[in-house]
Ligand binder design. Sequence first.
Ligand code: FAD
Length: 468
Amino acid sequence: MIDYRDNGPIAVIGGGLAGLSAALDLTDAGREVVLFERRPYVGGKAYSFQDPNHDVVLDNGQHITMRCCTAFQSFLERIGCADIVRYQDDLAVAVIDPDSEGHRVSVIAGGGLRGLGRLGRQLFPAPLHMFPSLVTYEHLSVGEKARLALAIEPIRRMSEFERMALDRQSFADWLREHRQTERAIDRFWDLIVLPTCNDRSKDVSATQAIQVFQEGFSRDARAADIGVFVRGLGEVAETAYRRLGERGCRMELNTTVRGIVASEAEARTVHYGRDGSLDVSAVVLALPPKHAFEMIPAGWRRREPFWRLAQHEVSPIVNVHMQWDRPVMRRDFVAVLDPDAQFIFHRSQIHGWPTPPHWISVSLSGAHELVELPQDAIVERVERAVRRALRRTAGAKLLASRVVKEAEATFRPKPGMNAHRLRPRTSIRNLVLAGAWTATGWPATMESAVRSGRAAAEALLEEQDYRP
Ligand SMILES: Cc1cc2nc3c(=O)[nH]c(=O)nc-3n(C[C@H](O)[C@H](O)[C@H](O)COP(=O)(O)OP(=O)(O)OC[C@H]3O[C@@H](n4cnc5c(N)ncnc54)[C@H](O)[C@@H]3O)c2cc1C
């Protein structure tokens, strides 16, 4: 083993959650770390901003977490920010069908229903704890509900090996093979696949979607309890930034890395800003695949594993933050069977903001069509959908709105993409990869980002005998 410590600090490139998590582990292991972030703030895809016209801090996009996201949770605990998340006592997602007679609302719940409290969870092991709420789920026919078991049971029993073998198949095809109707895919399965994988089942690898159901619904009856952020999401990255500073990590914000120089299969120098350069002992490349590809020294880009970075595509998310003159919803959030409303969050209630006005955020995943539209057109469509979904909007006035488009929100977990989700180690010995898109097995989430950062730091420390 070679000890590279004398050759300079470790460069962590990218100040998203993956880079922050890698930097935390490396500084904790006593390494000298320099973190480069091209923006004036850290947080990457998970940040907040002050609305220029109103006295509120909005998130770029509504984020949620779940109890099964244990690496993210322990990251929050490590940096001292765990109280930013409030978990539901029991999973409960109200699903509205605006087109149904009587405008039906049905609740998918993990702990029983309608006064039954936690009975479901106490009586049945996962995933059967969902059983009482699925029986009463009104947006499917009795036959469709009965047939859910034909897919749920094989998912529960499936081994990791069997799941990995399904990567070339779309989840929708797999569901059809397991006798799920198009309606069931649209009105039940995609309710979960779309927000977690950021695309519909027809465009998502069966391996990826099944991982979500196994992790969230099959292993532990509490795993899918949803956690919302009671303060601006940006606080997570800001707190991590402060902790890293306290641990001696040097952070170069507003600093774009232009390239990495490697020789003899080792990264030697990082070029940044207009004319900066830094000799490094190792590099953690914590960027989205396209950006990571651009960093790879030209002679290496066609080789394994780096050419695979260029195979990735992206999937957009659009968020519409709306300010109303009166309360338009009661719950913290609801799901809507309408592609233009999807998930609506009651921001004022979740954050405890003084009202009026009343803020809600509409989160639209897999928004390939919407993201191309001008802001006004998006607001018009989404307002119409929100008015159809929430009956309390009758007579209410929309005072203001703000659209945040994240065109490259996540990698696209299409069938066949697993082979292109890379492990941290590369053929350049002291260059490791991190990012929500790497081979964590998880979809593009904060959990995946944090896991990837930890795995990258671990790989580097092992490879280079870096442990003190
Ligand atoms: C709108 C939206 C909603 C989401 N909702 C959820 C959710 O509900 N739950 C959930 O778990 N996840 C959600 N996600 C996904 C989650 O936010 C991401 O998976 C995660 O934050 C990605 O972290 P990362 O560090 O891998 O990448 P990024 O956050 O993309 O970080 C990469 C960083 O590298 C920087 N960078 C790029 N190029 C350079 C360069 N040349 N030099 C220096 N720095 C550079 C970028 O500025 C960025 O800060 C959502 C994402 C979006 C956009």
